[in-house]
Ligand binder design. Structure first.
Ligand code: HEM
Length: 410
């Protein structure tokens, strides 16, 4: 069991160490080389994943779709490429969440929380949660005169947004953040992941009991009152929903917005272009997501003998859908390794495709837009700290810079 006084920052360091973030070589050159040979790489998992990562069933071989077309083909066909194998990985700590459901079950359950992410709700989250949180973080950086945009801003704020949406009391937010990080350590340290899962149950249970008695206007109340085929969800079903939102909200937006900030701040011309023309913000956000997607791969299994772009895949083969490689497919994007907000805008794969397309994508985009708007407004002359070590993006499965030291004009 993790020490109770462990802070989210300690858990952050630990996770980065476990996944060898600092030591991981840039995976893109290897993926590009393989993608030129084949749209789908058949490879032993030990050769593909970082050392220390556990793969259930220890299969001899996995299929890794690398080309954009191969990734789309797999993700659009949820019947042939099932999500059920998540039950043996993330499902162990999350419970039976929509992530591991196939149709028709998936559609029914996803519908229960979809409304929390619709336009009307997003406007509410923007005004009540996102803007005040980001402005608070940036005001603190401003008062210090310098800062690390990862630790002081992109790391803490998205998780506090999720806490607010769920309706968790303020004093539990730091614990929620630590547990959300520890939950995904299941692939490296199963005992820690399981302890985090139990910790989240404990954290949710008191609030759920209260909301069952007296519902409020939050996600916990919505789930407490939700019915499927005339029956209320039981507590474990609700915890599974909420446990999925923990890493979905905590791990992704912080990494994607850090990557975008690094791309922009490393190229003052592009930073200035967006600063002086906020109409370019959406293009910059999509290019950041394409160039360095925060989560480079997701999991499927071939439910029957199948083919992906002509490559035969035997039934039962684990499929690691390489979103990162698809986003740098040179048959779709010219000079794909370059971060270029002015390039023609084409759909990238960072939010996946098909039935499991990210439910929080509009929220993530809105959070990132407000983050940029606030930085432009509150920190004039923002630039990477010339006296600090130049930051770079690290990691294989999860990618982002470990720090973004910055200075600005007083
Ligand atoms: C830039 C930020 C984000 C990225 C790149 C991202 C990426 C993804 C991807 C690739 C999937 C598909 C997983 C799979 O099928 O295996 C997914 C699913 C999901 N995401 Fe996101 N996500 C982001 C932000 C968020 C946020 C902020 C939330 C909500 C708080 C969220 C909630 C979800 C949920 C609930 C699912 C499961 C959908 C389903 O299974 O039907 N995501 N996300």
């Amino acid at each position: 069991m993790a020490a109770p006084d462990l802070t989210p920052n300690d858990a952050f360091d630990r996770f980065n160490r476990l996944q060898g973030a600092n030591a991981a070589p840039d995976p893109y050159p290897e993926w590009a080389k393989k993608r030129r040979e084949t749209p789908v790489w058949l490879v032993p998992p030990t050769e593909f994943f970082e050392s220390g990562m556990l793969m259930p069933g220890s299969p001899d071989q996995i299929a890794v779709p690398l080309s954009f077309d191969a990734v789309v083909e797999v993700l659009r066909d949820g019947e042939t490429f099932s999500s059920s194998a998540y039950a043996n990985t993330m499902g162990l700590v999350m419970g039976h969440s929509i992530l591991e459901m196939d149709e028709p079950e998936h559609f029914k359950y996803r519908g229960l929380i979809q409304s929390a992410f619709n336009r009307r709700q997003l406007d509410r989250w923007e005004n009540e949660l996102v803007r005040p949180l980001i402005e608070g973080c940036v005001a603190e950086i401003r008062s210090k005169g310098r800062g690390d945009l990862v630790r002081d801003l992109t790391f803490p704020f998205p998780v506090r947004v999720i806490c607010g949406m769920i309706g968790l009391p303020e004093e539990t937010h730091a614990t929620f953040h630590r547990l959300a990080l520890e939950l995904i350590m299941i692939a490296f340290d199963p005992a820690l992941g399981m302890a985090a899962s139990a910790g989240l149950r404990e954290l949710f249970s008191g609030v759920l009991a209260e909301r069952r008695r007296a519902p409020r206007d939050d996600l916990m109340s919505e789930l407490a009152m939700a019915e499927l085929d005339g029956t209320r969800l039981d507590d474990e079903q609700i915890y599974a929903f909420l446990r999925l939102l923990a890493p979905a909200g905590a791990e992704t937006t912080y990494r994607s917005s850090s990557n975008l900030l690094l791309g922009l701040l490393s190229d003052p011309e592009q930073w200035e272009a967006v600063r002086s023309d906020p109409g370019l913000i959406p293009a910059a956000i999509e290019e950041g997501l394409r160039w360095e997607c925060p989560l480079t791969g997701i999991q499927r299994t071939a439910a029957r003998d199948a083919e992906i772009c002509g490559v035969k895949i035997p039934a039962g083969t684990p499929v690691h859908v390489c979103l990162g490689a698809a986003n740098r497919d040179e048959t779709r994007w010219e000079n794909p390794d370059r971060f270029d907000i002015h390039r023609p805008r084409l759909h990238h794969s960072s939010f996946a495709f098909g039935p499991h397309t990210c439910l929080g994508m509009h929220l993530a985009r809105m959070e990132t837009r407000i983050l940029l708007e606030t930085l432009f407004e509150q920190l004039p002359g923002l630039r990477l700290d010339p006296d600090a070590e130049a930051p770079h993006i690290t990691g294989r499965m999860f990618r982002s810079p470990l720090a973004l030291p910055v200075v600005f004009d007083a």
